[in-house]
Design a protein around this ligand. Structure first.
Ligand SMILES: [Ca+2]
Ligand SMILES: [Ca+2]
Length: 125
C-alpha cells in the first residue's frame, strides 16, 4: 500500500528514478546482486526468512510502501517468492519476483504522477 497523499512530488520522483534503474539492460541483475551482497548475511547464496525480512523492511521504506511486517505477512511473501518451496530464496527466484513487483509499484507511481500533473494543468485553466 502506498500513502500517496503523504508524499511530496520530490519523493515520488525519487522512488521513480530508483525503480527505473531496473528497466535498463542488466539493471535488475544488478539490483538482485546488491540485495544478496547486503542481506545474505551468512553468505550461503540464498535468502532465508530473516534475511528477506531485513531486505523488505529496508526497501519498503525506500520505495514508500506501507505494510505491516508481521510474521504472517512475511510468511505469505516468502511463499510467494519461494517458487520451488525449498524454504530458501535464490537469485533467480528473487529476480522473477522483483521484476513483477517493481513493475507493479512503478505503475502506481506513474499513475500518481500523471494525476498530479493533470491537477496542476486543470488548476491553471
Ligand atoms: Ca543466507
Ligand atoms: Ca527456493
Amino acid at each position: 500500500m502506498i500513502k500517496f497523499p503523504e508524499l511530496k512530488d520530490a519523493e515520488i520522483e525519487k522512488v521513480i528514478s530508483t525503480l527505473e534503474v531496473t528497466k535498463v539492460e542488466g539493471g535488475l541483475d544488478k539490483l538482485v546482486g546488491e540485495v544478496f551482497a547486503e542481506f545474505d548475511k551468512d553468505k550461503n547464496g540464498v535468502l532465508d526468512r530473516k534475511e528477506m525480512r531485513l531486505f523488505f523492511s529496508k526497501v519498503f521504506v525506500e520505495w514508500k510502501l506501507v505494510f505491516p511486517l508481521t510474521d504472517e505477512f512475511i510468511d505469505d511473501l516468502f511463499r510467494d517468492i519461494d517458487k520451488d518451496h525449498n524454504n530458501k530464496i535464490s537469485h533467480s527466484e528473487l529476480k522473477i519476483y522483483l521484476a513483477k513487483y517493481v513493475h507493479h509499484v512503478l505503475s502506481s507511481f506513474y499513475k500518481e504522477r500523471e494525476m498530479r500533473i493533470a491537477k496542476i494543468a486543470a488548476a491553471k485553466k
